[in-house]
Design a protein around this ligand. Structure first.
Ligand SMILES: Cc1ncc(C[n+]2csc(CCOP(=O)(O)OP(=O)(O)O)c2C)c(N)n1
Ligand SMILES: [Mg+2]
Length: 819
């Protein structure tokens, strides 16, 4: 059923103009009386102490990093330290009202935000719950050294826990929030609502909208804050994240009771610098980050510029913006003015700015300004403020001392298998939440399901090929796996370009539009980074997402999201976070150089991703089922050439019932004795033809193995086959250079050397652009190429005359030319 947003020429062609509303700049102007009616003395003291703790935390890091000593304590910190000295008020103002249900995502410069959010969460959490969090988190490993001799309150203990866990993480200790696997730029602690911080500038800009999507779709309380720098607004993925977060459909097409626009604040920590480049006046043209909101939607993202040097001004802005989000008016953009006194990193000589500029900001330093105001308005006495400050400072110092003490805070041992264990979570999770899944119809009423019911689940029936229209094909197989999980996991969503009414770019989703509400299946903007980033954020916040990229060639557009985000957060969280995402990527054909590339090798090169490429209906259903019940990110490649293919290898056909195929096992498609042909992707079918020719025309029996999964991959059955045949040809349709088959060939040379009669040979596509459809046979391995290469390099075939030049000499010539 199309959504029918009728496009009326009359109104679209009529003369009109666009009206903007004014964007407030630093409009906060409350008197102390007003402030005292909003904040208690305790609140104001907490704000003061939080800022002082952050300042001290970073001064220690700065001194240690630059001088290797602080107050007589020696320490050498090897890792980075991106400090935010000067920005404390903006961190505390941002976090003050947030509850543990509100999740922040941030950047490399996030120590202040983490601590501020942690302090705020501690204040809002019951003691019993706090104790439970600290005792259960990594079996209490962070808490244990702190309990001994602690005499204060439980909240004070939790504050120590926060500082100690953060320092320990920065110094790569086992007592770090992520056992040191994250490090300085990525400290996070989800029980306090502190989600991943990203060393990729703007990385959180595309991920955080997915977390907000999770809140909306699953009706969870809380909002998401993406704390990103001013220079990150030059990053495409940030813009894509904003575009994703501001789609009209949330308000226009989705169930009203979901709450409207995504609950997210893009909070620009605007310190006016990248590293040394200046967005204002040099590298960007918008002058005010707040202006960007006006381009995004009629609400102008409720954007405004706020004085982030006054924590109370920012708290006021957050109060108003949280209210706007509650009315469904998300996303929101805040342009929070701040300044970092510290360098970008301790090695920064500040060559890009003048001493006078830094001095002028020091004169309006937010801690000093807050203190002066509190004293002038007689809210606190000097001794109250200074006492509170020195109390928190000495606690921070004490925690620093503990965190650098190898007895108290050891590193994971060098022979630990921790990193290996957390690369994948390897869990089976039937559902990510216990609610009833939302569906629009009973599957038995679904036209696609009914149509599939009538199909034949093999490619041959009574010795004759089944007509195309009647064949249960790879599309149907993936569809069956998807609806199985949609029925069980209420959090499961699928999105991507043309996913809904179009039925998915290649019609895999046809039929789902009738069965699923908008919020479980929807179209996205043409924003590959936004799509994959949202899937990552959705999973980090607790849901299961299936994202689709129309063509493998578009992986470059989502490069960071696939290579640095999807792949890494499980391990960087030391196994605290899961990533139940299936990224479906279709591999094209017939569409030339930018739409017909097999880029499986790019995904396979990145640790932390499972990479599969099933090419039969039986494998596609079984492997999709496994991917959808797992907790690891699976990059699931599909070939456009063969979506219509029926099952040729499993005689009993594709079962109607549920089954799983492990994502590590190659599949022997044909047994043979003289040579092994291994394939990955649709090359299976060229290899099948070649194997039949070998057998019928040359009396050579080929064993045919489809790798199916590049990572993980059990090499044992491959080695077994090579032991039997002594010869192996590895074929795929990716360009030969650097393809997946190259590394398998290298592995087999190591693992099966003694049984090999000839070196393993790899046949991929030519190291060229993919030419137009009519020329594709020059590019992709053809069945006769397999025979030619076997004849020339592995096993001479009697009386055989090759059709193409597959000799080592020719191979060597091409290598020299890089083609
Ligand atoms: C994608 C990417 N490009 C470049 C860098 C190197 N880099 C680290 S921080 C930084 C400047 C970031 O400025 P901004 O976003 O304003 O954040 P700030 O450092 O000011 O907090 C740069 C260029 C990076 N980490 N990631
Ligand atoms: Mg900046």
């Amino acid at each position: 059923m199309p959504k029918s947003i009728f496009l009326e020429p009359k109104s679209l062609l009529a003369e009109d103009s666009i009206h903007f509303t004014d964007i407030a700049i630093n409009a906060y102007n409350k008197s102390i009386e007003e402030e005292l009616s909003i904040f208690t003395h305790q609140d104001l003291l907490a704000i003061w102490q939080d800022m002082a703790a952050i300042r001290e935390f970073e001064i220690i890091l700065n001194e240690i990093k630059t001088k290797r000593t602080y107050k007589g304590i020696m320490y050498e910190h090897m890792g980075p330290a991106h400090l935010s000295i000067g920005q404390e008020a903006s961190a505390v103002g941002m976090a003050f009202l947030l509850t543990p249900d509100d999740h922040i995502y941030g950047s490399h410069r996030s120590h202040g935000e983490i601590l501020a959010k942690g302090f705020s969460a501690i204040r809002k959490t019951e003691d019993k719950e706090l104790l439970n969090i600290m005792q259960s988190y990594m079996d209490g490993i962070i808490l244990k050294p702190l309990e001994k001799g602690h005499t204060g309150t439980l909240k004070e203990l939790a504050a120590k826990f926060l500082i100690f866990g953060a320092y320990s993480e920065i110094f790569a200790r086992e007592t770090g929030f992520n056992r040191g696997l994250g490090g300085s730029m990525h400290v996070f602690f989800t029980p306090f609502g502190i989600y991943p911080n990203n060393a990729i500038v703007g990385g959180s800009g595309s991920i955080a909208p997915g977390a907000a999507l999770f809140k909306r779709v699953n009706r969870k309380p809380g909002i998401i804050v993406a704390n990103i720098g001013d220079a990150s607004f030059g990053c495409g993925p940030v813009w894509e994240g904003i575009t994703f977060a501001s789609m009209d459909q949330y308000r226009n097409l989705w169930n009203k009771d979901l709450g409207g626009g995504l609950p997210i604040i893009f909070n620009c920590m605007n310190n006016h610098y990248g590293m040394g480049g200046q967005p204002l006046g040099e590298t960007m043209g918008c002058r005010f980050i707040a202006r960007i909101g006006a381009a995004v939607n009629p609400d102008q993202m409720s954007a405004e510029r706020v004085n982030g040097y006054n924590p109370l001004a920012l708290i006021d802005a957050f109060r108003r913006k949280i209210a706007a989000i509650a009315e469904g008016k998300g996303p929101v953009l805040l342009d929070t003015i701040t300044y970092r006194i510290s360098g970008h990193s301790p090695s920064d000589a500040s060559s890009y700015r003048s001493k006078e500029e830094i001095e002028q900001w020091q004169e309006v330093d937010s801690l000093m300004a807050f203190r002066n105001r509190m004293l002038k308005e007689k809210v606190f006495s000097e001794s109250e403020l200074d006492g509170a400050r020195s109390e928190i400072e000495s606690m921070v110092l004490q925690m620093f001392k503990l965190a650098i003490d190898l007895e108290v805070a050891p590193r994971i041992s060098t022979d630990s298998d921790l990193i290996e264990r957390v690369m994948f979570s390897e869990k089976k999770l039937e559902r990510c939440d216990n609610r009833q899944p939302e569906l629009l119809q009973d599957w038995s009423q679904n036209p696609r399901v009914r149509q599939i019911k009538k199909k034949i689940r093999t490619s041959m029936l009574d010795g004759k090929p089944v007509p195309k229209m009647k064949t249960f094909n790879i599309r149907d197989a993936i569809f069956e796996a998807l609806i199985h999980r949609f029925n069980i996991d209420p959090t499961m969503v699928a999105f991507g370009e043309e996913n809904r009414d179009w039925g998915g770019a290649f019609a895999v989703y046809r039929g789902l539009t009738e069965a699923l509400p908008y919020h479980r299946l929807f179209n996205t903007p043409i924003s590959e980074a936004g799509i994959v980033g949202a899937a990552v954020g959705y999973a980090l916040d607790g849901g299961r997402a299936v994202a689709e990229l129309m063509y493998a060639d578009f992986m470059g557009r989502a490069g960071d999201e696939i290579f640095n985000q999807l792949s890494k957060w499980q391990a960087m969280s030391a196994g605290q976070l899961n990533m139940p995402v299936v990224l479906r990527i279709s591999v094209g054909a017939k569409y030339g150089a930018q739409h017909s590339q097999d880029w499986t090798a790019l995904a396979n090169h990145i640790p932390g991703l499972k990479v599969v490429y099933p090419v039969t209906p039986y494998d596609a259903k079984g492997m999709m089922n496994t991917a959808l019940v797992g907790t690891d990110p699976v990059v699931f490649f599909e070939s456009q050439k063969i979506y219509d293919y029926g099952e040729m290898f499993v005689e009993s056909g594709v079962p109607e019932s549920y089954y799983e195929i492990p994502l590590s096992e190659p599949s022997i498609k044909k047994i043979g004795t003289d040579i092994t042909i291994m394939t990955f992707g649709p090359a299976l079918y060229s290899a099948l033809t070649a194997a039949q020719m070998l057998e019928s025309e040359h009396g050579t029996s080929a064993e045919l193995i489809d790798i199916r999964s590049a990572c993980p991959l059990n090499h044992k059955p491959l080695v077994e086959s090579v032991k039997k045949t002594g010869k192996v040809l590895l074929v795929c349709e990716a360009v030969e250079r650097g393809c997946i088959m190259q590394s398998i060939a290298a592995n087999l040379t190591q693992l099966a050397f003694d049984w090999l009669d000839a070196p393993p040979v790899v046949l991929g596509s030519r190291n060229w652009i993919t030419p137009g459809a009519e020329l594709e046979s020059m590019f992709f391995p053809q069945p006769e190429w397999l025979l030619d290469i076997i004849h020339e390099r592995i096993l001479p075939l009697k009386d055989y005359i090759p059709l193409t030049n597959q000799t080592n000499g020719e191979f060597s010539r091409r290598l020299r030319l890089g083609v």
